[in-house]
Design a protein around this ligand. Sequence first.
Ligand SMILES: [Zn+2]
Length: 319
Amino acid sequence: MNPKIVYSPDYDIHFYGIEKLHPFDTRKYSHAYDLAHKTLGDRLTQATITPMQPVSDDDLCLVHTHAYLESLKSTSVLVRALEFPPLAMFPYSVIEKHLLLPMRLATTGTIMAAREALSGGLAINMSGGYHHASADKGEGFTVFSDMSIAIQKLRAEGLLSRQDKVLLIDLDAHQGNGHERIFFHDDAVSIFDMYNGSIYPNDGYARKRINWNLSLAPGTRDAQYLNALKDYLPRALGEIGSTPKLAFYIAGTDIYEGDMLGGLHISEEAIFERDRFVFETLANAGIPVVLLLAGGYSHDSYRFIARSLEYVIETWARS
Ligand SMILES: [Zn+2]
């Protein structure tokens, strides 16, 4: 296996310091990468590729409606999607440069990671996983549906056919309603979603699209969480029919017990075990996987991401 890490220091969001008022740790990307680099050094540098260009308008149009993309030129629409009222004080050009550009760059990163996973078996984009954005609406801090765009881009490039199975494994604490709406009528995409059923977005329509729906109670703890994952994920792989050509693993660390939004009670050790189990299960099944960071609102999140990143390079770069 030849794991690739897709990363740019420009994934971080810097916004005159007011980003510190937002629950999102907007610099967890560089914090996680830099921490892993202390352990891995050149091994990480050699595995890293860097997106240079923000995703193009044409690629955004593979998933999002023209009307929605036009609406993003309005500050008020962005403020609503990003759930951050202080943004309204800033000129649009500033919001575009400091918020939309990093998200567009991360979307390019998800496309690159998907291509790399197809050829090398495993790739991590050190951002992305914007799983609440749908074709015509941004919400829950997310504007562009990066994994949906990556799937449509790979189809357009002929790297995936319309019939090739794609598996989305969404283990962020929140239901992934965006991609569930986008792929509502697309049977080639199978969705495994395990989330806290008592918090946002509570999207009943999108929930109907989930193939393996594991709605957890608030406060769910390690044993129950890991037992559910270890029971249902292999079962899902058995039920899916043909082997997926590609999987996306939306690895939100907001399941952490110290997270201010996720409402679950999962320890650092169990987060690591979750990631390890997903990688090992997919590797044993011969399914290439792209990991995306998604949510994680604790100031410890970057440490968990770094640990899984170190695991990937130390374990899978050799095999
Ligand atoms: Zn989340």
